[in-house]
Design a protein around this ligand. Structure first.
Ligand code: ADP
Ligand code: ASP
Ligand code: MG
Length: 411
């Protein structure tokens, strides 16, 4: 049985006319002899609407109930789309996450998929040509509904493709592929024909929301080829594949940005063993992810420590810091919620130096101050004031010549 998974994002299912385009994409694959597993998001804006509604009803919405609410968005999409297919005499049925079931842990709002029962789906695929699955949702082993974090339908799709041994996972969205940077920010962004899993992983974790990071982790782990493409055209998009399948040899493949950042500085804390643990252990216990960390001794026995967290978690992080403030001897605590992280990504950086210098010089040319820097083998990130984000993205894109086609080398 040839199986393909096709995932359609919120803009692709935003109304009847758009769903007709989705139907055409599905029919094309049916005509090629595939059984199709369609994964749908909620209609554009629906998840945001539901979150706003929850915040109207509660100061601090209960995470489990919020997930019960949010899963309704995808439920609407799959029911309507399946009706459309049935009217066209296509053998189809809808499936909610818990009906499969897609089992997750209990982390409401950011649950991780633990296993997918494929037996029932494989059985259903003998009867039905199309299974329309609600993205973004699953359930824990006690049948509580869970959601997978914003953008989670990508992860549902790739996880299903892996579990069902599908030939390909197509991710249909409102752009026609993965670009060198967000095409909605930089008009010179160039579409990539292929991108390596590791580069896509960095792009996604540095803020490029075209794919949810966990979907790329799944794809890499289970070797699922992903094709990111547009619902609104037939153009081929971008293939996310293993590094050795990429012919282009480039230093930098893309620029990503993340505005969901906040910076916290602890001034003049004790410079002795155990202090960092006293700060970061309670943050970790609250599931607060700390990203960049910089420590620089201020004077004898004292140091300043600066780190970044997601802006959404700033309030909680500050509450925790307040509790440990005396233990670590902090004289003052500063914070800044108006910061953003801009990252330069490329597996080619592994064997080259000088990338950082080019980036810093480019930012200086626009008078953009760098607040923090962090590097890895294939990435350089700079924290800057949020208002300069778009300018920084365009400046770095230009500095690394990303608008031009790279030279192709056979390696
Ligand atoms: P969907 O609703 O289909 O899941 P998303 O809004 O989650 O779509 O993701 C698509 C968006 O990702 C694009 O509209 C674009 O603004 C953004 N994006 C950010 N970085 C990139 C990139 N490097 N290439 C393509 N799109 C990107
Ligand atoms: N509807 C969810 C969201 O808006 C999941 C998704 O679209 O991938 O985040
Ligand atoms: Mg998305």
């Amino acid at each position: 049985m040839k199986i393909i998974v096709q995932k359609f994002g919120g803009t692709s299912v935003a109304g009847l006319e758009r769903m007709k385009l989705v139907k055409a994409k599905v029919e094309k694959k049916l005509n090629q002899g595939y059984k199709v597993v369609v994964v749908l998001s909620a209609m554009a804006g629906e998840t945001d609407r539901l979150i706003a509604l929850a915040n109207e009803f509660s100061k601090d919405p209960d995470p489990a109930e919020l997930d019960v609410l949010l899963t309704t968005g995808e439920q609407v999409s799959i029911a309507l789309f399946t009706m459309l297919l049935k009217d066209a005499n296509i053998k189809a049925r809808s499936l909610l996450g818990f009906q499969i079931p897609i089992h997750t842990d209990k982390a409401f709002g950011k649950a991780r998929i633990l296993d997918i029962d494929t037996e029932k789906m494989m059985d259903l695929l003998k009867t039905y040509d199309v299974l329309v699955v609600a993205g973004f949702q699953g359930c824990d082993f006690q049948k509580n509904l869970t959601t997978l974090g914003r953008g989670g339908s990508d992860t549902s799709a790739v996880a299903l493709a892996a579990a069902l041994n599908a030939e390909m996972c197509e991710i249909y969205t409102d752009v026609d592929g993965v670009y060198t940077t967000d095409p909605n920010v930089c008009s010179k962004a160039r579409k990539l024909q292929k991108i390596a899993y590791d580069e896509m992983l960095e792009m996604a974790s540095m803020g490029a929301k075209v794919l949810q990071i966990r979907s790329v982790e799944f794809a890499k782990k289970y070797n699922v080829p992903i094709h990111v493409r547009s619902t609104f055209s037939d153009e081929p998009g971008t293939l996310v594949v293993k590094e050795d399948e990429i012919m282009e040899s480039v230093l930098v493949s893309g620029i990503a940005y993340d505005k969901d950042q906040a910076r916290i500085t602890l001034v003049d804390i004790y410079d002795e063993p155990g202090i960092a643990a006293a700060i970061f252990e309670p943050l970790a216990a609250y599931d607060i992810v700390v990203d960049m960390i910089v420590q620089n001794p201020s004077h004898e026995g004292r140091t300043d420590l600066t780190f970044t967290v997601s802006r959404k978690e700033l309030k909680d992080a500050l509450k925790i810091i307040e509790r440990v403030k005396d233990e670590i001897g902090a004289k003052e605590v500063f914070y800044d919620p108006d910061v953003a992280k801009v990252s330069i990504i490329g597996v080619g950086m592994r064997n080259h130096s000088g990338v950082a210098a080019i980036a810093f010089k480019a930012l200086k040319s626009e008078n953009i101050n760098i607040l923090m820097i962090s590097t890895s083998e294939i990435k350089i990130s700079c924290l800057i004031k949020e208002k300069y984000t778009e300018l920084a993205v365009r400046t770095l894109h230009e500095a690394f010549g990303l608008d031009k086609e790279p030279t192709v080398e056979n390696n």
